[in-house]
Design a protein around this ligand. Structure first.
Ligand code: NAP
Length: 194
């Protein structure tokens, strides 16, 4: 089985965005050594617009070959005219409202979300699946998440969109590694205890 990894940016207090999901206050930290880390270790998580600007068009995928995100997260790309924000990956978008995929690289998942993700996890591949968010999708897929890569930015939100839109339940993880950056950004990788 390959891994489903929730790779996500959050505030110190665990919010992935403001109450509407807007995470733009975190963007300013994507600079210097932290940006070099992302470029070197997780180039496939940088969306199309950023890849071009950073000269990553031809960068090989390091961890993931497939991405899944919720339609509300995908909508942010659609709203700026980008139909395939992660063209370097096979893209899946969960949606019950989109009737037709806006892009040949994007496949819609409209029913049996968990079953479809289990089928993707069962595929034979050396690379994993990038769960890109948002909160609702991560909450629905909590039971399938194998790894977390949490990029914590040195900001407190006080309130906002939680990492998981889910009911209370304790799930244990093992800490694999931590990277700290002078900017105050912290990246932690966890593996779920099964
Ligand atoms: N900080 C970060 O790193 C980060 C990363 C990603 C996203 N975000 C933020 O997260 C926010 C969006 O999160 P969100 O929780 O509001 O929405 P979301 O999880 O991105 O998308 C929710 C949508 O996914 C579809 N969906 C969910 N469950 C489904 C199922 N079982 N079957 C089929 N479709 C399903 C539905 O789309 P339909 O309505 O079309 O049916 C639903 O409205 C954005 O504002 C974004 O900025 C932050």
């Amino acid at each position: 089985m390959r891994q489903l990894t929730y790779f996500i940016a959050c505030s110190i207090d665990g919010f992935i965005g403001d109450p509407n999901g807007d995470a733009s206050s975190m963007f300013g930290f994507a600079a210097e050594e932290y940006l070099e880390f992302l470029k070197a270790e997780y180039p496939e998580t940088i969306p199309a617009q950023g890849r071009a600007a950073l000269g990553l068009q031809d960068a090989a995928n390091k961890h993931f070959d497939t991405l899944i995100q919720g339609r509300v997260s995908y909508q942010l790309a659609l709203d700026i005219g980008v139909t395939s924000p992660y063209g370097q990956l096979r893209e899946y978008v969960a949606s019950r409202t989109l009737e037709k995929s806006p892009d040949p690289n994007v496949e819609l998942i409209s029913d049996d979300l968990v079953g479809r993700v289990r089928a993707l996890k069962a595929e034979d591949s050396g690379l994993g699946i990038y769960l890109c968010g948002g909160s609702q999708l991560a909450g629905e897929l909590m039971g399938e998440i194998d790894e977390l890569v949490i990029k914590t930015y040195p900001q407190v939100y006080g309130a906002g969109m939680p990492m998981f839109g889910a009911d209370f339940a304790v799930t244990d993880f093992t800490l694999d590694w931590v990277r700290t950056f002078d900017s105050g950004v912290l990246v932690r990788k966890y593996t779920r205890k099964r």
